[in-house]
Write a protein that binds this ligand. Sequence first.
Ligand SMILES: Nc1nc2c(ncn2[C@@H]2O[C@H](COP(=O)(O)OP(=O)(O)OP(=O)(O)O)[C@@H](O)[C@H]2O)c(=O)[nH]1
Length: 344
Amino acid sequence: MKIPVIILSGFLGSGKTTLLLSLLKESKLRGLNPGVVMNELGKKDVDGYILQESTGTRVEKLLDGCICCSRKEELPRTLTALLARRPDIIYIELTGVADPDEIAKSLLAPPLADRLSLHHTVTVLDAENALEYSSRFSSDKQLVRTLRKQIATADLIIVNKSDLVEPETLWKIEKMVSKQNSESEIVFTHYSQINLAPLLAGIVVRGLNSPALRRGSGNVNVSGTALQRMNTSGGSATAVHEPAAGTDGSYSQVAAVTLTVPAAWSGGLRREQLEEFFRQWGYSLLRAKGHVRLAGQDSVQLVQLAGNRISWEASSYPGQPYVVCIGLNLDEKAISRSWASLFS
Ligand SMILES: Nc1nc2c(ncn2[C@@H]2O[C@H](COP(=O)(O)OP(=O)(O)OP(=O)(O)O)[C@@H](O)[C@H]2O)c(=O)[nH]1
């Protein structure tokens, strides 16, 4: 009995975690026992914390690297441990710069091939920025290639953040997607809200909560539909992008820097101060997220920069405040210096 896997891919900040939140809530409503693997480029699990807080789901976190290349060998180990908890469905949320085809190859090769089936590969696009990627990242061919692979290998493409663009842009995105993948479904969404029924079709309770299991029979033939179009044949699983030699958490030219608030700092930052800190790096800062304490506020704030927009919301994060910055050709020393100056 193979456990179905749904791979969630898409560029940084496109709305993967927002979709995963809906999927987990729907899974729980259906009585399913979901397993989650979340991969983050940074050393902190911002999204894993959000998911655990909102849904109570245990999340397997693979931090500080990408499971489609530098941390590739960790995925089979993590999935094997996860399978011991008898999930009905496994969701794998990739980093924004991961190639979902590489992950599919890992799933469909020994030792996992007999235990998992690829149910769907979903790619989420940020409607406000997707058309700009090829020109904006023209200096990083590997990144452009990976973003194309994210579109080419998906069987469902969610064009998200449609609230931020004109209908004409959506039409252009549809055209661009169709050129790269003429067979996938395309849906246009706001906060990744889609009808989840087709995605979850065929997935049934069979793990710990399964009546069949309670009766002592684990032999229920209800595995998810394997994806026919996924090209997993031929050649070894060569990573599309390799970590640059001698760097830590760096993929093609995309790198993550984790910045913590000094333990001795008892003050609070001003919102404008932090927004200015983010803005100074321009388009080289692709994504930022973290939990910080603002001056004059009792609660911690979850701050997110995605697609050059900054959002704030209350958070109950209990640990030492931090921010993860992910960018292209980021000057790590300059960022760390600028960050330290906020507390001097
Ligand atoms: N305006 C708008 N914001 C959105 C939409 N969907 C998600 N967001 C916001 O965009 C930010 C990034 O969303 P996530 O779901 O974390 O994106 P992600 O793809 O998981 O991001 P990473 O995995 O960190 O790269 C969050 O602040 C979301 O609240 C949308 O449809 N419209």
